[in-house]
Write a protein that binds this ligand. Structure first.
Ligand code: NAD
Length: 500
């Protein structure tokens, strides 16, 4: 396919959306949005200020009661319209996404469809925001647990899924009656802006959805520390998650944090090796390895490791690195020069530790422009190495050997992270063992992700707090409230004053 021209994209699509209007904010300063495949800036968005964040929070707070008062089914009708509008514009949205983030257009299309599906899925919950009605310990009384909206939600999103992460937060927040301020990553603000434009087009009342672009340390910090924010839902690094927790603690702000990962992938001797290889390849390298559920360390049964390695190296070398808008590209560039340098530092470390770089390790000579990096396999690496312990958000993977399935589980669990994990085996006892003993929020057995809407996306340890997706994720956007209702003609309680 011929290279698509970025001139088809609006040159400056981005401003901020506050109280139903597209505004430039209080500052002149802007942030360049750079195409990772060309290293050229193709749009600018305002570098929002604390003042802009405060105005967006005021707008969301003012709109919240009116939005809450609508029947959930009416709120859901906006979500359904958004899903339809996203699908109608899907090709344009995918092109914006690829242009700012670098993933192959094929993957961008899947992500955009996933965004539409989030709105559709949570719209279906309009009739299922369920509380409890319970018998009281006292006569002629009823206990009711209601699920109310929390109020204003700050939705802070990362760059690796710049469309789907916005949808995953907006949809459950809105259907449960909250209003929202979106703060996208400065690397990739345009996809979030497109989703907010679609909310506007769907006719969502003014103030219900707001968007402020800018730095996490300023705009994000203001959103997290404000008394007006009822819930912060953030997807991003563990480091930023920790800062957000500290900031939100002043107001005892509620939190959903979807943070870093270091997913282990175990292949046992009885697995379908051909299938496991194809899955391992994709699980490590989709989105150029920039996925929180990426298979970031592989544990191979010693019986299959030699065969696995020779085939895995061959398949890795066969991946097509190229222009992400061209059909037939498997790996696009990484999102930024900084992210590529971080991955390169891990490759350097592997060399200095005496590990063996079995494939890749360099910038591909065929792509002199753009932040490309060859997919890289590291052998002879120890469990304690930072390559195995730290998140590598790029196409670099250490492979280790194990002697027993129990050892594989033990090494998999030896991590500060606990998000996703993968197991390939046909032995039912191993499957059950993995389900119970691998202490990670997700285990994919004989398959790969991405996670599905009805699953709870959640993590053990430093991978976060709460969950997204599923009815469990929805409930976190609600505040429980218990009401004790007396309906007797002659109310009486044995413990009131005066005591006898
Ligand atoms: P990041 O932490 O740098 O930024 C994420 C968002 O948080 C951005 O919008 C950023 O501006 C904001 N932010 C940063 N510091 C902040 C602060 N002090 N206060 C408020 N907001 C702040 O993450 P990233 O580099 O954009 O994304 C990559 C990371 O995201 C990886 O660690 C990856 O594992 C993680 N991730 C996790 C999931 C998941 O579901 N668990 C999904 C995708 C990405």
């Amino acid at each position: 396919m011929a290279r698509r021209s970025l001139s088809k994209l609006p040159s400056n699509p981005g401003t901020m959306f506050i109280d139903g209007e597209w505004v430039h904010g209080t500052r002149e300063e802007t942030i360049d949005v750079v195409n990772p495949a060309t290293e050229r800036s193709f749009a600018k968005v305002p570098r929002g200020s604390r003042e802009d964040a405060k105005r967006a929070l005021d707008s969301a707070a003012d709109a919240q009661k009116g939005w809450e008062m609508l029947p959930p089914l009416e709120r859901a009708s906006y979500l359904k319209k958004m899903a339809a509008l996203i699908r109608a514009k899907s090709e344009q949205l995918a092109l914006v996404l690829t242009s700012e983030q670098g993933k192959p257009l094929f993957e961008a299309r899947l992500e955009v469809e996933g965004s539409a599906a989030h709105f559709e899925y949570y719209a279906e919950f309009a009739r299922r925001i369920e509380g409890d009605v319970l018998p009281s310990d006292n006569p002629a009384q009823t206990v009711m647990i209601l699920r109310l909206p929390i109020g204003v939600v700050a939705a802070i999103t990362p760059w690796n899924f710049p469309s789907a992460m916005v949808a995953r937060k907006l949809a459950p927040a809105l259907v449960t009656g909250n209003t929202v301020v979106v703060k996208p990553s400065s690397n990739t603000p345009l996809s979030a802006i497109e989703i907010v434009k679609i909310a506007e087009q769907a006719g969502i009342p003014k103030g219900v959805v707001n968007l402020v672009t800018g730095d996490g340390s300023e705009v994000g910090d203001e959103l997290c520390g404000s008394r007006k924010t009822g819930l912060v839902t953030m997807t991003g690094s563990t480091e930023a998650g920790r800062k957000i927790m500290q900031r939100a603690s002043a107001q005892m702000g509620k939190l959903i944090l979807e943070l870093g990962g270091k997913a282990p992938l175990i292949i046992w001797r009885d697995a379908d090796l051909e299938w496991a290889l194809r899955c391992a390849l994709w699980a490590r390298y989709w989105n150029c390895g920039q996925t929180c559920i990426s298979a970031e360390r592989m544990y191979l049964d010693r019986e299959v490791k030699p065969k696995f390695m020779s085939k895995f190296v061959e398949l890795t070398k066969g991946l097509r690195i190229g222009d992400p808008v061209s059909a037939g590209t498997d790996l696009g560039p990484m999102v930024s020069a900084r992210e590529r340098e971080t991955s390169e530092e891990f490759i350097e470390l592997a060399r200095s530790e005496g590990s063996s770089v079995e494939s890749g390790g360099l910038r591909p000579p065929s792509m002199p422009k753009g932040w490309y990096l060859e997919p890289t396999i590291i052998d002879d690496v120890g469990q304690d190495s930072p390559l195995v312990q730290k998140e590598i958000f790029g196409p670099v993977v250490p492979v280790l050997e194990v002697e027993s399935f129990d050892q594989a589980i033990e090494l998999a669990n030896d991590s500060e992270y606990g998000l996703a994990s993968y197991v390939f085996t046909r032995d039912n006892r191993n499957v059950m063992k993995a389900m119970h003993e691998i202490k990670f929020g997700e285990t994919y057995i004989n398959q790969v992700g991405p996670e599905q809407l009805q699953g709870a996306h959640t993590g053990f340890r430093m991978s976060g707090l709460g969950a997204e997706g599923s009815r469990h994720g929805l409930e976190l956007y609600t505040q429980m409230k218990t009401c004790y209702v007396d309906w007797s003609d002659k109310p009486a309680l044995p413990y009131l004053f005066p005591y006898t």
